[in-house]
Design a protein around this ligand. Structure first.
Ligand SMILES: [Zn+2]
Ligand SMILES: [Zn+2]
Length: 254
């Protein structure tokens, strides 16, 4: 049974960041690509599909002169039309792991010549979720919201059928002001450097409170009536609700 389980994961989950460190990834990737150039010509579409080598399927189909490869502006999945630049939630093969978020960059199909079956693919640019970031930045757990996602420069081909539905991505200010938002509304204010495991534009983000952290829409803040600066209730030793109608003056202004 456990063998079946892992086979399943390999076939259906996108090949996103398989957890290898960049040190080990470089030599491995080089060795494989050297071998796969020759292998790719011999491997059948079916073999590549079974190994979840979707980018290789696209390359092989594009090199083929019989028009096996086609690109589209839109695709219908689960009854709704998806277009290039739409943000989508993508199923992870393993039920224990959260779904992925990505932006559709390309919609294409490959006609498998032996069976005449159409393989529908999307190239997506990935966003990272809180759970994936705090592994590398544990202290960021305090200010990253549950609906916060981080843009990346990493992309992959995925099977179109692994797309679950469209989602909405707004900026942080817009998210704070949203009247009603469901679990498919996310916000993005920072880019994540996948290779070096760090935030790209942290210096552009405003920091708040004595603890100097980015705004977390899920925490409670109080504003000083003199300097107009915002503080976490906890950081200035206040109980939430204790200052609802009263003026608050922070320690610096008092
Ligand atoms: Zn604070
Ligand atoms: Zn103040």
């Amino acid at each position: 049974m456990s063998v079946m389980h892992w086979t399943n994961v390999d076939n259906h989950s996108p090949s996103k960041f398989n957890g290898q460190s960049s040190e080990t990834l470089v030599p491995i990737r080089k060795r494989i690509s050297k071998r796969s150039e020759k292998d790719l010509k011999q491997a059948t579409f079916k073999q590549l599909y079974k190994q979840n080598k979707l980018a290789e399927i696209v390359t092989k189909a594009m090199e083929n002169k019989e028009g096996l490869y086609e690109e589209y502006d839109e695709i219908k999945i689960q009854g709704s039309i998806l277009r290039i630049n739409d943000n989508v939630i993508i199923k992870n093969g393993d039920n224990n792991v959260e779904d992925y978020i990505g932006t559709i960059q390309k919609i294409c199909s490959v006609l498998e010549p032996q069976s005449n079956k159409l393989i529908c693919l999307c190239k997506v640019q990935w966003y990272m979720k809180k759970s994936e970031i705090v592994i590398h930045k544990p202290r960021a757990r305090c200010w990253i919201g549950t609906q916060e996602i981080f843009s990346t420069k990493t992309n992959d081909f995925i099977l179109a059928q692994t797309i679950i539905q469209k989602c909405t991505i707004v900026d942080c200010d817009e998210f704070v002001n949203l009247q009603n938002c469901d679990s498919t509304t996310y916000y993005n204010r920072l880019e994540w450097d996948v290779e070096n495991k760090k935030f790209m534009n942290m210096n552009e983000i405003q920091l708040y409170c004595l603890c100097q952290q980015p705004w977390n829409p899920e925490l409670n803040y109080i504003q000083c009536d003199k300097c107009q600066k915002w503080y976490h209730f906890e950081c200035v030793d206040l109980l939430i609700g204790s200052y609802d109608d009263k003026d608050y003056v922070c320690g610096y202004c008092n």
